[in-house]
Write a protein that binds this ligand. Structure first.
Ligand code: AN0
Ligand code: CP
Length: 317
């Protein structure tokens, strides 16, 4: 595997899960694989989990790691071609990318949707420039439209906690004060659609996701109805995708917050969220602190998803 940007790059999911559980029980079994190999992690946006879990996964594999925060200490980068660079950006991405490629063997990139231009975001302009110009294998650490390392960890977590072959998994929108990308919701949907789980998406009108991500999922606008009989509740905020409101907050209705009353409608569901989460906007204190909340084991599995991805890329070098 040379690139990891979406669910399809992983191939057969059952094989990937098997590899994940094997790695989880033997994290240090591949220390030779990464010897003298360098991972470069490039962040255009903030991160706690991705930064730490991916670095840990690389260390488990015997790799060296370099981390660059583009907006803290590096030159500000121009990303558009044809711009007369007389403003505040001293360097162009088209030089910076191949230079970064010179110093490492594998590149991870975090670059959120900018919400300036929907086409640029949905064509993954930044991520694809890294793929095109770095000369190195590239993986996404959350790009404009997807967060595949998160979704893979989510899948591993559901497989660990499910008590029936075909659980009912519900992705629910929840309120948030600032506009957030659709990436986590898109990606989670893409991965759930690649399983045989029963998958339902619930959100207020106006928050419809791109149809390519919704796929065959059932969309239910009544949140309480969606929660009935659910085995997993996956909460996430996202901003509007559909025009003319792309990238905007069009609703902060707190009646969509996940609380104990709503969780009582489920089949004693587990509560999931990718984190970071705003308490009492997305989810009540009670629910996130309950015994059914699996947000911490979910975050712990980020190390495992990253390690499978890095191992496969290392094997392809
Ligand atoms: C980001 C998002 O919603 O995409 C990252 C989540 C992993 N969240 C925030 O910016 C709060
Ligand atoms: N879930 C996740 O990707 O968290 P960070 O933004 O902290 O990396």
């Amino acid at each position: 595997m040379r690139y990891f940007t979406n669910v399809h790059d992983l191939g057969n999911l059952k094989d990937a899960l098997k590899e994940a559980f094997e790695i989880k029980s033997n994290r240090f079994g591949y220390q030779e694989l990464g010897k003298n190999k360098t991972l470069m992690m490039i962040f255009f946006n903030s991160s706690l989990r991705t930064r730490l879990s991916t670095q840990k996964a690389a260390i488990n594999l015997g790799m060296n790691v370099m981390v660059l925060d583009i907006n803290q200490g590096a030159w500000k980068l121009e990303t558009e071609r044809g711009v007369v660079m007389d403003g505040d950006k001293p360097e162009h991405l088209l030089e910076a990318i191949p230079v970064m490629g010179c110093y490492c063997d594998i590149i991870g990139v975090r670059s959120f949707a900018k919400f300036e231009n929907k086409e640029d975001d949905y064509q993954e302009k930044i991520l694809n420039q890294f793929i095109q110009y770095s000369g190195r294998p590239v993986f996404s650490m959350e790009a404009a439209t997807r967060h595949p390392l998160q979704s893979f960890a989510d899948l591993i977590t559901i497989e660990e906690y499910k008590t029936k072959e075909r659980p009912k998994v519900v992705l629910t929108w929840a309120p948030h004060p600032r506009p957030l990308p659709q990436a986590v919701a898109n990606s989670f949907s893409e991965w759930m659609n690649a399983t045989d789980y029963e998958f339902v998406i619930t959100h207020p009108k106006g928050y419809e996701l791109a149809s390519e991500f919704v796929g065959n999922a059932k969309v239910e606008y009544n949140q309480k109805k969606a929660f009935e009989g659910a085995d997993f509740i996956y909460a996430k905020n996202w901003s509007a995708y559909t025009d003319p409101n792309y990238g905007k907050v069009i609703n902060t209705d707190r009646s969509w917050t996940v609380d104990s009353e709503k969780m009582a409608l489920t089949n004693n569901a587990f509560f999931m969220h990718c984190l970071p989460v705003r308490r009492n906007m997305i989810v009540s204190d009670d629910v996130i602190e309950s015994s059914q909340s699996i947000v911490i084991p979910e975050a712990a599995n980020r190390e495992i998803s990253a390690q499978v991805v890095l191992k496969r890329i290392l094997e392809s070098l």
